[in-house]
Design a protein around this ligand. Structure first.
Ligand SMILES: NC(=O)c1ccc[n+]([C@@H]2O[C@H](COP(=O)([O-])OP(=O)(O)OC[C@H]3O[C@@H](n4cnc5c(N)ncnc54)[C@H](O)[C@@H]3O)[C@@H](O)[C@H]2O)c1
Length: 428
């Protein structure tokens, strides 16, 4: 790319961007992607726009998806990447390539751990879509492999980089909310249709809903909560208890969409429509965590953060801080957070918010990948480390176990092996 900067580009770059553009070219990070379906393709598009990132290798068992991704790279004016599609384990050949610094995986859930483990064993950083593991054993395998190889594993939890999430992180760090004692959050997203293929068959998500009952997608809501509560860094999740409703949604969706006599309209799905978990931390804080993808409703991650000095509500996008926010008839009253954004906007949003918002999830996808690539480039620890990746993901099997045993309390493994007591809050 030419280093001459035109006036229009100069204006859109701003001072920080100009400095970066004039700095000596950063060493390119070389990444291979495994799984280029919906999400992998979106990650690829974003990566191709990130400075100094190259994608010389792509892997997918679906030849059409692979070909689409290969041509995307070529259309971006980059060298044609090598494609890997010789079966379910061909990602191992990709991981073994000498030229790669990192492997990112966006396959269905059950392949996340095998791909990440193969990447770390081959000396690469692992970037993993959510959740990073599906069983307690997989979560430990990620931790053990990362410790043995010295290679970081970052679950690419993009919700941690939402604008409101990072503003609230600043509120927490500055003590504005006081001590955070309770959070409520949930993945409430009506995506029942993603469990089915176009002809009414089951997709890989549908197979999970058929067989499992618990919180199958905990990391979007729990990642931000864990940052606000300093989980694995001064506190830790001690145990959870979980409950599910009856399962109605998948059958109703199949019946409405494919007909009352279609096979999946008559099937018995395991997954309850709404799953609710309660988590207790070692320091005595609590979290209420919801999982609801079957029932018609607008998207809402809730994000209620209750501190000893005040509260933030993501659903309402309102805030109340004792002594600062207004009162009505003597009672605490909600306040618009605009003034707090002015004062407590996170530096990442100040620096790259304008560019990032052109990409997925309101800009969070760009920031997540930028943070991952930054860690790879400088061979640093990733902001979401393997202990976070394992702790947030292990809610999947722990909630299933609790649901299956009348909501019995299930202990979290301490993946940090005691290091949570002295680890410092995450540097974002
Ligand atoms: N962070 C987010 O906001 C976000 C959003 C959407 C999806 N996701 C995650 O991304 C992942 C993929 O979801 P999706 O919606 O793109 O699914 P998808 O079905 O569209 O894509 C999965 C791709 O993986 C390929 N694949 C399957 N097994 C493979 C293997 N062994 N080796 C190589 N390729 C393989 C499939 O052929 C397909 O192309 C899931 O884990 C999902 O939870 C995350």
């Amino acid at each position: 790319m030419s280093m001459r900067i035109h006036r229009r580009e100069f204006l859109s770059l701003g001072a920080a961007g100009l400095a970066a553009a004039q700095a000596p070219a950063a060493k390119a990070v070389k990444v291979g992607i495994v799984g280029v379906g919906n999400r992998g393709t979106s990650l690829l598009r974003t990566m191709l726009d990130l400075p100094a990132v190259e994608v010389p290798a792509l892997c997918d068992i679906n030849e059409a998806n692979l070909a689409r991704a290969v041509s995307l790279v070529e259309k971006a004016g980059r060298p044609r990447p090598q494609g890997y599609s010789r079966g379910m384990e061909d990602f191992r050949r990709l991981a073994a390539r000498e030229d790669l610094d990192a492997v990112v995986t966006a396959t269905p859930w059950e392949w996340h751990t095998p791909v990440a483990v193969a990447a770390m064993k081959a000396g690469k950083y692992a970037g993993v879509e959510v959740p990073a593991g599906l069983t307690v054993e997989q979560c430990w395998e990620l931790v053990d492999t990362s410790e043995q190889t010295g290679k970081p594993c970052m679950m690419l939890e993009n919700v941690c980089y939402f604008r409101n999430v990072l503003m609230v992180l600043n509120l927490v760090r500055e003590g504005v909310l006081g001590e955070v004692v309770h959070c409520e959050a949930g993945y409430q997203h009506y995506i029942a249709g993603m469990q089915f293929t176009g002809d009414g068959g089951l997709s890989w998500r549908g197979v999970h809903a058929l067989q499992s009952n618990g919180n199958q997608y905990p990391t979007h809501p729990i990642g931000p909560v864990a940052w606000w509560m300093n989980i694995n860094r001064g506190d830790r999740f001690a145990y959870l208890t979980s409950m599910s409703t009856v399962s109605r949604g998948p059958r109703l969706y199949a019946s409405r969409t494919f007909g009352a006599d279609s096979p999946n309209a008559r099937r018995t799905f395991a997954q309850g429509d709404i799953n609710t978990s309660l988590i207790q931390t070692a320091n005595g804080m609590t979290v209420t965590l919801y999982y609801g993808t079957q029932s018609p409703r607008p998207y809402d991650l809730i994000f209620r953060v209750q501190g000893t000095q005040g509260i933030y509500s993501g659903t309402l996008d309102k805030i109340y801080i004792d002594g600062r926010s207004p009162r009505k008839s003597g009672e605490p009253a909600w306040e618009d957070p605009a003034a707090y954004y002015q004062q407590y906007e996170h530096h990442l949003w100040k620096e790259m918010g304008q560019v990032a918002t052109r990409y997925g999830h309101g800009g969070a996808d760009y920031m997540t990948l930028a943070q991952f690539m930054d860690a790879v480039r400088h061979q640093r620890q990733t902001p979401i480390d393997v202990y976070d990746s394992a702790t947030w993901s292990v809610i999947v099997p722990l909630s299933e176990k609790s649901v299956a045993s009348r909501s019995a309390a299930i202990n979290f493994p301490d993946f940090t092996r005691g290091k949570w007591k002295t680890a410092k809050p995450v540097a974002v």
